[in-house]
Design a protein around this ligand. Structure first.
Ligand code: ADP
Ligand code: ADP
Ligand code: ZN
Length: 212
């Protein structure tokens, strides 16, 4: 099963992707995590992406499409994958279709902008594996330490309130149109993201018809 998780920054895409990985036994592909890893390693891709990410702007489509096409071609994606944070523009969605990347369900996780800021100020992410936590809503077992890999948790620079507002604007201007695009293809499923993490996860599993 090939899935896309769509939603504003902070809607819970990363959190839900981690839960789905465990329940569906397919990998999650987060372009945000891949780009942050490239930045940390100082690769060419990382250097090219840094300024856009710091400003809360989108990284150019051609950089994104290259890394996604390579990743979905890996053997662990044979039985399916979860795209988290990609596609984010109509051009990215069209390019995936053109490349023959088959998508079964596009789950839009809906959360009002007003709720996003609180989520972002409390977000902590793993510096190594990218796992997402929240100081109140989803704390790690040991403060500052990732449950899954034991590495240090950090605050993302682009989670500063001003940059979050910029990213929300970008979402509404460039990404939200994808809901129409996938609705017309009959693949859009909409889920209420303003509920508990477990509640949203149960709704996602139901929306994609998963038997777990
Ligand atoms: P995204 O990947 O869409 O940007 P995350 O999964 O990283 O979002 O979630 C953003 C923040 O909100 C994180 O701190 C996360 O722990 C928290 N969060 C995720 N889902 C919920 C929820 N249902 N209720 C409250 N907080 C949540
Ligand atoms: P969030 O989880 O808060 O939605 P991400 O980790 O998905 O944020 O993305 C962080 C930043 O990485 C974005 O603001 C953007 O600069 C860049 N980025 C990630 N995925 C894409 C993409 N598919 N297209 C363009 N830029 C992207
Ligand atoms: Zn980790």
């Amino acid at each position: 099963m090939n899935l896309i998780l769509l939603g504003a920054p902070g809607a819970g895409k990363g959190t839900q992707a981690e839960l789905l990985v465990k329940k569906l036994s397919i990998p999650a592909i987060s372009t945000g995590n891949m780009l942050r890893e490239a930045m940390a390693k100082g690769t060419e891709l990382g250097k090219k992406a840094k300024q856009y990410m710091d400003e809360g702007a989108l990284v150019p489509d051609e950089l994104i499409l290259g890394i996604v096409a390579d990743r979905v071609a890996q053997p662990d994606c044979r039985d399916g994958f979860i795209l988290d944070g990609v596609p984010r523009t109509l051009a990215q969605a069209e390019a995936l279709e053109a490349k023959g990347v088959k998508i079964d369900h596009v789950v839009s996780i809906e959360v009002d902008d007003a709720e996003i800021e609180g989520r972002m100020t409390g977000r902590r992410v793993c510096s190594k594996c990218g796992a997402s936590y929240h100081v109140v809503a989803n704390p790690p077992k040991t403060e500052g330490i990732c449950d899954s890999c034991g590495s240090a948790l950090i605050t993302r620079k682009d989670d500063a309130p001003e940059t979050v507002r910029r990213r929300l604007k970008v979402y509404h201007a460039s990404t939200e149109v994808l809901k129409d695009f996938y609705a017309k293809l009959g693949r859009l499923r909409t889920v209420n993201g303003s509920q508990s993490i477990e509640g949203a996860n149960a709704d996602i599993l139901e929306a994609i018809g998963a038997q777990v």
